[in-house]
Design a protein around this ligand. Structure first.
Ligand code: ZN
Length: 229
């Protein structure tokens, strides 16, 4: 199963303004997310952002934050009714790019009670944001196990993708020239993309061939009648 989290660039900016404030101390926000549970991938889409007020935190330091989870109660009711996901996001102002041991401990304490409110076992997640706006997230299971979100996607003027696995992929023979022209990193990005093409005749067929030669990982082709082929 692959997990992803998507949001707009405005939502990303809103989260950053709250979880990475000018005082250089950690802070938390909760994102209520819609979800699409597929057979092989599970997508979370940010619907609403609820900042945890700074004054509701019993501890706020440069490397830890502690807050009253009573604030979650009204959100849990809504999440349960609408089968939404709770995503806890906190800032790492010191740029530490992993969840810390303190994070592990607090997620293992918090998430079992979140699952306890829900009527299903759909996943919920915990994420950190770094000063460069990068978001790194993980699913926390009801048993307190962690599994990385494969990608966090931010949609705005630009498309931003933050991948858990940044290893460059092997470049197949047919795409070597693309990789040489655009660089291996760009090629790795193309390989991870899934592109939908509506209309597969005149222009579409050329576009499909071109994208295939560029090494785009997955092509979803739709006829003009919008039937998937
Ligand atoms: Zn942390």
């Amino acid at each position: 199963m692959k997990y992803s989290l998507s949001m707009t660039d405005q939502q990303q900016a809103e989260i950053k303004a709250h979880v990475l404030p000018a005082d250089g101390k950690e802070a938390v926000a909760i994102a209520l997310c819609g979800r699409r549970a597929g057979a092989t991938s599970h997508r979370l889409l940010v619907n609403k952002i609820i900042p945890v007020p700074y004054e509701a935190c019993s501890i706020r330091e440069a490397n830890r934050v502690s807050w009253s989870t009573d604030l979650l109660i009204p959100l849990l009711g809504e999440a349960s009714r609408r089968r939404m996901a709770i995503v806890k996001i906190h800032g790492h102002p010191q740029n530490y790019p992993w969840h810390s041991e303190v994070d592990d401990e607090s997620d293992r304490e918090l998430f079992p009670s979140i699952y306890g409110w829900m009527e299903d076992d759909n996943p919920h997640a915990s994420a950190i944001m770094l000063p460069n706006e990068q978001i790194i997230g993980r699913i926390v299971s009801p048993e307190g196990m962690f599994e990385s979100l494969n990608v966090v996607k931010v949609v705005g003027e630009d498309l931003k993708f933050y991948y858990a696995n940044t290893d460059l992929q092997n470049v197949p023979e047919f795409a070597k020239r693309t990789a040489q022209t655009f660089g291996e990193e760009t090629f790795a990005k193309l390989k991870r993309l899934k592109v939908g093409i509506v209309g597969c005749s005149g222009t579409g067929s050329w576009v499909i061939e071109q994208l295939g030669r560029y090494g785009v990982g997955t092509l979803d082709l739709l006829q003009k009648s919008l039937r998937k082929i």
